[in-house]
Write a new protein. Structure first.
Length: 70
């Protein structure tokens, strides 16, 4: 999984084309950016991927993330 956006879009497309899933079911995919703690839609646009205008402090995060597997 070298390209998270591409993988996400391919997975969503696979689910949308799955005959056992009704056509009226909404299927979507999102990418969690660990660095900024934000959720975003997948894109192939390099400028959208490189956005640095969003930081975790804008969402009230004042401390570093605790270690998960200490």
């Amino acid at each position: 999984m070298d390209d998270v956006d591409h993988s996400c879009m391919k997975t969503v497309e696979a689910f949308r084309n799955q005959p056992l899933i009704a056509k009226d079911v909404t299927v979507s995919g999102w990418i969690w950016e660990v660095e900024t703690r934000r959720l975003r839609a997948p894109t192939q646009d390099p400028e959208e991927r490189a956005r640095t205008d969003v930081t975790s402090s804008q969402f009230g995060v004042k401390e570093r993330q605790p270690p998960r597997w200490a």
